[in-house]
Ligand binder design. Structure first.
Ligand SMILES: [Mg+2]
Length: 377
C-alpha cells in the first residue's frame, strides 16, 4: 500500500531467552538470562522494532502448574522489563500440549499469523529463540532468526533463516543496532612449549563462569578467584611439568592469561583503563591498582609468612603477577598488610586484582575513544 509505513517486528520467546528455561511458577524461580536487559534496552532505544512475545507454556492450568502460579511471576517479568524501558506491544502465550496438535504451538504460526499482513514487514523482522522450533517458526513467517544457543546444530534447511547463532544477547543487540562495541570481547589462546601445554578461552563480558585447571590445588583456587571476581568467563587448562616444580605452570598460565586479556581488549576503545580495589580478608587488607597502559610494570609490597601455601611456593605469586604484566602490557601495584595468614594474603590479593580488572575493562556506554591523549594504548 503506497505511503504506508512498514513495521518491523522482533518476535521473542520467553523461556530460555528472557528467563532461564524451567517451570516459572514462583517468584523465586525467575532467573534472567545474562545481559537481556542491557540488550533489549539498547534495541528498544535505538531501533523501531515492535516487540512481540511468542511463548509456549505447557501445562498451565494443571494441578502441578496452576494459572495463579504462572500469572504472578509472568506479570513480574513484564513489569521488571517495563521498568527498564522494555515494553512488549503484544504478548502471545499458548497453553496447549504437543498432543493437542494446535497451530498455535510452535513451530505453528497460529499465534502470530496476523503479522504476515501489511503493515508488517516480515522480511525485515526477526525471531529470537533458543530452540530450532523457534527458527522453524521464523522460516514459516518469512522472517529471520537469532538462535540463542551456540551449542545447537542448525540443519541445512534452516541455515538461511538463522541470521546469527550465539549464546549472548549482546551479540544480538550489536547486530540489530549495528554497533560492534556491544559485542563480547573474547579471545582464545593455545600455547605449547616443552614445559607446558595451555589452552584458554576468555570472555571479558561474561558473568564469572568457568574454571582454569592446572592440577596445582592452591593455584587453581586462586585462579578461580580471578574468574569469579573479575566476572570474566574463563575456561582453560594447563598441563605442565609439575614433576620438575610449579614454576613453569604458574609463569606460563600468567603469560597466557595476560595475552588473552590483551587480545580480548583489542584497541581498548571506550574502556575505563584504570581499576583499583581494596579487599579485606580476615586479618589482611590487600590493595591493587592497575592501568592497561600498554606498558608492563609491577610494584609489589606483599610478604608471606609461609614459604609454601599448600604445595604452592608463595614466591611464585609475585612471579605470576610479573608474568601477567609483561604479557598483558599492564601496570599493576599490589600491596597487602603484613603478618597475616599467608592463605588470606594471597586470596585477598587475587580477589583485589580480579575486581580491579573488572573495573578497568568496563566499557563507558557510547564512548568509542581511547582514554589517552596519545590516542593509543
Ligand atoms: Mg524457549
Amino acid at each position: 500500500m503506497p505511503g504506508m509505513d512498514r513495521k518491523k517486528v522482533l518476535f521473542i520467546d520467553r523461556d530460555g531467552v528472557i528467563v532461564k528455561e524451567r517451570q516459572v511458577d514462583t517468584y523465586e524461580s525467575i532467573e534472567y538470562i545474562p545481559h537481556v536487559f542491557e540488550a533489549l534496552r539498547e534495541i528498544s532505544k535505538r531501533t523501531d522494532f515492535s516487540l512481540v512475545m511468542v511463548s509456549n507454556q505447557d501445562g498451565v492450568g494443571t494441578r502441578s502448574f496452576t494459572y495463579e502460579g504462572f500469572s504472578g511471576p509472568a506479570e513480574r517479568i513484564f513489569s521488571t522489563l517495563r521498568g527498564e524501558g522494555i515494553v512488549f506491544d503484544d504478548i502471545n502465550i499458548d497453553l496447549s500440549f504437543p498432543e493437542d496438535g494446535l497451530s498455535t504451538r510452535k513451530p505453528g504460526t497460529g499465534m502470530i499469523d496476523r503479522y504476515r499482513e501489511l503493515p508488517y514487514d516480515m522480511e525485515s523482522s526477526f525471531m529470537i529463540g533458543d530452540r530450532l522450533t523457534d527458527m522453524m517458526l521464523a522460516s514459516s513467517m518469512g522472517c529471520r532468526g537469532f538462535l540463542l544457543d551456540s551449542s545447537l546444530t542448525v540443519p541445512d534447511e534452516l541455515k538461511s533463516t538463522v541470521a546469527l547463532q550465539t549464546s549472548s544477547w549482546l551479540d544480538i543487540a550489536a547486530y540489530l543496532v549495528d554497533d560492534g562495541s556491544l559485542c563480547h570481547r573474547t579471545a582464545e589462546i593455545r600455547r605449547r612449549t616443552n614445559e607446558t601445554d595451555i589452552i584458554l578461552s576468555i570472555d571479558l563480558d561474561g558473568t564469572g563462569e568457568g574454571c582454569f585447571e592446572t592440577g596445582i590445588g592452591f593455584f587453581d583456587h586462586m585462579l578461580s578467584q580471578i574468574v569469579r571476581h573479575s566476572r570474566f568467563d574463563i575456561n582453560g587448562r594447563c598441563k605442565g611439568d609439575t614433576f620438575v616444580d610449579e614454576h613453569h605452570s604458574a609463569e606460563d598460565t600468567a603469560l597466557v592469561l595476560g595475552e588473552a586479556v590483551r587480545k580480548a581488549l583489542g584497541d581498548k576503545r571506550g574502556i575505563e583503563r584504570y581499576g583499583y580495589e581494596i579487599v579485606m580478608m580476615d586479618d589482611v587488607v590487600a590493595t591493587v591498582a592497575l592501568d592497561f597502559s600498554g606498558r608492563p610494570e609491577l610494584m609489589w609490597d606483599v610478604d608471606f609468612t609461609m614459604e609454601y601455601i599448600g604445595d604452592f611456593p608463595s614466591e611464585l605469586i609475585r612471579h605470576f603477577f610479573r608474568s601477567f604484566t609483561s604479557a598483558s602490557l599492564c601496570n599493576i601495584s599490589v600491596s597487602a598488610t603484613k603478618g597475616g595468614n599467608s592463605h588470606h594474603t594471597a586470596e585477598a590479593v587475587f580477589k583485589a586484582f580480579a575486581r580491579a580488572m573488572r573495573k578497568a575493562v568496563r566499557r563507558i556506554p557510547g564512548d568509542t575513544r581511547v582514554v589517552s591523549t596519545k590516542g593509543i594504548l
